[in-house]
Ligand binder design. Structure first.
Ligand SMILES: Nc1ncnc2c1ncn2[C@@H]1O[C@H](COP(=O)(O)OP(=O)(O)OP(=O)(O)O)[C@@H](O)[C@H]1O
Length: 227
């Protein structure tokens, strides 16, 4: 569950607030996509939810820690798939090697990578690398999983694979929030949120927000996506 209440954030010296009273709730197991023009505050909102940035006012409740899947995946190149998914479990969560490996194997199998446990990151496709990054984040048992532009580092043909991965992770009961420019990816979410100049200007299912947009920022995004 993610509950964001009236979050405001203004960077020192900035002419206006980057987040200007943002509120929304995402139920446990839900998938939400945040769309918005460049500079609308999407990354700042994500960073506030992860705890990398502190809102000036307002509150954020997750019921636990957030896991962040970076756009560039940031796998450790000198560790195998299994090594990538066990390191933080052992060093940060203090789990034994056996315990960490058992958990990593199970998650990697659930994400369709059970046959790649001993592979090096450079041997994997972009979509596989992303799934390793997701398994690594899930292994730390976050309350929610956040993605920063999950399709932008991938070939457009892999978009469907990303949607499939998000579905699999959702089936595990994980609450997921995706920041994206990709309108097709947003269609796979249950809820679409549109940010404009630090305000949440639309919020609802894709059939409402993307097929019957009420705000001109959404109409511009849809027009750009169709170009
Ligand atoms: N650390 C910072 N210090 C000062 N200003 C910042 C900082 N981080 C973000 N901003 C400003 O906040 C505004 C929103 O930035 P943000 O990166 O959140 O937008 P975004 O919607 O994620 O954009 P994009 O789609 O281009 O990634 C921008 O005007 C940016 O310059």
């Amino acid at each position: 569950m993610i509950r964001v209440e009236d979050v405001r954030k203004r960077f020192p010296g900035a002419a206006s607030a980057t987040l200007d009273g943002v509120s929304f709730t995402l139920e446990k197991g839900g998938l939400a996509a945040i769309l918005g023009p460049s500079g609308s505050g999407k990354s700042t909102l994500l960073r506030c939810i992860v705890g990398l940035e502190r809102p000036d006012t307002g509150s954020i409740h997750l019921g636990g820690q957030a896991g962040l899947v970076f756009q560039s995946f940031e796998l450790f190149p000198h560790l195998t798939v299994l090594g990538n998914c066990t390191l933080a479990q052992r060093l940060v969560a203090g789990r034994s090697r056996d315990e960490a490996e058992a958990r990593a194997r199970q998650l990697l199998e659930e994400l369709g990578l059970g046959h790649r446990l001993e592979a090096w990151p450079e041997m994997l496709s972009g979509g596989q690398r992303q799934r390793v990054a997701i398994a690594r984040a899930l292994a730390m048992e976050p309350a929610v999983l956040l993605y920063d532009e999950p399709t932008s580092a991938l070939d457009p043909s892999l978009r469907r694979e990303v949607v499939e991965t998000l579905r699999r992770v959702g089936a595990l009961g994980m609450t997921q929030l995706v920041v994206t420019h990709d309108v097709q990816l947003a269609r796979a979410a249950e809820t679409v949120l549109v940010l404009d100049h630090g305000h949440l200007v639309e919020q609802g299912p894709p059939a409402q927000v993307l097929d019957a947009p009420r705000h001109e920022a959404t109409r511009r995004l849809l027009a750009q996506a169709n170009d």
